[in-house]
Design a protein around this ligand. Structure first.
Ligand SMILES: Nc1ncnc2c1ncn2[C@@H]1O[C@H](COP(=O)(O)OP(=O)(O)O)[C@@H](O)[C@H]1O
Ligand SMILES: [Mg+2]
Length: 252
């Protein structure tokens, strides 16, 4: 059976979607059957993979409708990578889910019949610790926490770790942290180096060796509906995401 990864951090703009899209693309490119589920109403991962955000059905129909998740999967431009799109309707799910008893398990239950088909399932979480993120954490085996290499990097991480512990204790004892990922690092600056050593000092076991550099091509790729490995396969960002994919696969 494959592994389900939630890409989570309640801060916005730290590189969750970029990591979900590019890690998914790299493992798929390596030949692993992979599925990216967009769990954010902003649908950035959906759009970043060239899919219209008005596409239906979406993950909403599997979470709150009766639609089997399998019927919401679209092929992507990358061989071996399927996508469950999100759309604006998912914003309502954040309100509706808490009214449904046992709703924390919706995504896990929806995924159960098909997860055996995939070596990697990646869940792109919204920037909050609300019901959608909780659904993702309950469905996941591991969490990847992108941390932007900037001055307030550590702020909010304690709260996130508390939530992960709570979910682990109450809802999903399998859940472990795959790693924290430093993103958008500008190695030319002293600040990025300081932040990197600070985060490594606080979480010595947890931080991935791979650091994702700030790279214009990574930022441009979504507007072309492509992961960076297809937009510019030889740029520093593409190299880094391939390295990350190897590290994630090696950590199991
Ligand atoms: N390594 C990078 N280099 C340059 N820009 C990046 C990089 N990673 C992310 N970005 C850009 O930063 C913004 C926020 O990233 P995103 O992945 O959407 O964050 P989140 O999903 O956590 O909100 C996006 O515009 C994205 O294209
Ligand atoms: Mg995002």
């Amino acid at each position: 059976m494959g592994t389900v990864y939630a890409i989570a951090n309640q801060k916005g703009g730290v590189g969750k979607t970029t990591t979900a899209v590019n890690l998914a693309a790299c493992v798929a490119e390596a030949g692993y059957e992979s599925l990216l589920i967009d769990v954010d109403p902003q649908a950035n991962a959906t759009i970043g993979l060239g899919i219209d955000k008005r596409t239906t059905p979406t993950v909403y129909d599997a979470l709150l409708g009766d639609r089997p998740l399998a019927e919401t999967i679209l092929p992507s431009t990358i061989t071996h990578l399927g996508v469950v799109p999100a759309g604006p309707d998912l914003a309502a799910a954040a309100m509706e889910l808490p009214r449904v008893p046992g709703s924390e398990n919706r995504l896990r239950d929806a995924l159960a019949p098909i997860r055996g088909r995939y070596a990697f399932v990646l869940l792109d979480c919204p920037p909050s610790l609300g019901p959608l993120t909780v659904n993702a954490l309950v469905a996941a085996d591991r969490v990847i926490v992108p941390v932007q290499a900037e001055y307030f990097a550590l702020e909010g991480l304690a709260g996130l770790l508390d939530t992960l512990q709570l979910v682990q204790r109450e809802l999903n004892p399998r859940l472990t942290i795959a790693g924290m990922l430093l993103t958008m690092a500008d190695h030319r600056t002293r600040l990025a180096q300081d932040v990197e050593s600070e985060v490594r000092r606080h979480f010595p076991e947890l931080v991935f060796d791979t650091v994702i550099p700030r790279n214009v091509r990574v930022g441009e790729a979504p507007s072309f509906g492509k992961p960076v490995i297809h937009y510019d396969p030889h740029c520093a960002g593409a190299d880094a995401y391939f390295e990350l994919a190897k590290e994630v696969a090696a950590r199991g």
